[in-house]
Design a binder for this molecule. Structure first.
Ligand code: NAP
Length: 240
C-alpha cells in the first residue's frame, strides 16, 4: 500500500536518507527543508510526482503555514506519517556549568518548540486520513535524552542543552501520544543510533542507510501498545 510521508530537515543527513528510502519503497514523500534548492542530494530525488521538495524552516511560523498549504495542494487525500527529524546539536563543548542562555534558547526552539508547532500545523492533514486509518508521528530524539541512562552514557553532561532539549521532546511526545490515542494515532520518540552524519561525525559506528532502514521497519510495524514510547532504530524499547 502506497502511503504519504512528510520528513522535516530533509536537506542532508538522516532526513535526506529517509526521503531516499521512503521513495525507493514507492511511497509519496514531502521533503521539507530550509533551502531545498541548495541540497543537491534532494534535487536528484525530486520528481514532483512521488517526491516533492517544500521549503520549511521549522522555527518560522510563516514558513510552516506556507508549507502546510503547499503539501495540502499535492496531498488532497491527507498524510499518513509525519517524521519530525529536523534538529540541532547546539554547542557541543558546553556542559551544565558553561552552557549559555542563548544556546539553551536556540536548541530548545528547534528541538522542542518547533516540533510542537510543526505537529500542530500538520495535524489536520493527518486527521484527514480518517479514524479507521492509523496515523503515525515520529519525533527524532536521542539516547542522550534518557534520564535513566545518562549516568553511563554522558555523566558530565557534555552538550547539555541538547540532552535537556531532547528530554523535553520526549515529554512532548508522551503528551502528544496521550492526546491523540483515541484518534488512532501512534506517536513515539525514536533514537536513530549514533550515526555518521554532519551531527554524528565520522567516528559514529552506524551508517545512515542502516539507521534509516531500521527506523522505517519500526514505523511500518508499530502497534497501538507502542503509542507514547521510546524506540531505537533496531526496534528496542528504551527507558525514558
Ligand atoms: N546523527 C546522530 O548520531 C544522531 C543521534 C541521535 C539523534 N539524532 C537526531 O536526528 C536528527 C537528524 O540528525 P542528523 O544527524 O541528520 O543531523 P544533521 O546532519 O546535522 O542534519 C540536520 C538537519 O536538520 C535540519 N534543520 C536544522 N534546523 C532546522 C530548521 N530550523 N528548519 C528546518 N530544518 C532544520 C538541517 O537543515 P539545513 O541543511 O538547512 O541546516 C539538516 O537537514 C536530529 O534531530 C538529531 O538530533 C542524530
Amino acid at each position: 500500500m502506497s502511503l504519504t510521508y512528510i520528513v522535516t530537515g530533509a536537506s542532508r543527513g538522516l532526513g535526506l536518507e529517509f526521503v531516499t528510502q521512503i521513495a525507493a519503497k514507492g511511497h509519496t514523500v514531502f521533503a521539507l527543508a530550509r533551502n531545498p534548492s541548495a541540497s543537491e542530494g534532494l534535487q536528484k530525488l525530486v520528481d514532483n510526482k512521488k517526491v516533492f521538495a517544500v521549503q520549511l524552516d521549522t522555527t518560522d511560523e510563516k514558513s510552516i503555514k506556507n508549507a502546510v498549504e503547499e503539501v495540502s495542494k499535492n496531498a488532497p487525500q491527507g498524510v499518513d506519517v509525519l517524521i519530525n527529524n529536523a534538529g540541532i546539536s547546539g554547542d557541543r563543548g558546553g556542559n551544565i556549568r558553561k552552557t549559555d542562555d542563548e544556546d539553551y534558547i536556540n536548541v530548545f526552539t528547534t528541538n522542542v518548540v518547533a516540533v510542537a508547532s510543526v505537529t500542530n500545523a500538520f495535524l489536520p492533514l493527518l486527521r484527514q486520513r480518517g479514524q479507521d486509518h492509523t496515523k503515525k508521528i515520529l519525533n527524532m530524539s536521542s539516547i542522550l535524552a534518557s534520564i535513566s541512562q545518562i549516568n553511563t552514557i554522558n555523566p558530565t553532561g557534555k552538550a547539555s542543552a541538547y540532552s535537556v532539549s531532547k528530554a523535553a521532546l520526549n515529554m512532548l511526545t508522551k503528551l502528544t501520544s496521550n492526546q491523540l490515542a483515541s484518534e488512532n494515532f501512534i506517536v513515539y520518540a525514536s533514537h536513530p543510533g549514533w550515526v555518521k552524519t554532519d551531527m554524528g561525525g565520522d567516528d559514529a559506528p552506524v551508517e545512515k542507510k542502516d539507521s534509516i532502514a531500521g527506523m522505517l521497519k519500526v514505523i511500518e510495524n508499530l502497534t497501538p501498545e507502542q503509542n507514547g514510547s521510546f524506540i531505537d532504530y533496531q526496534g528496542n524499547q528504551l527507558p525514558w
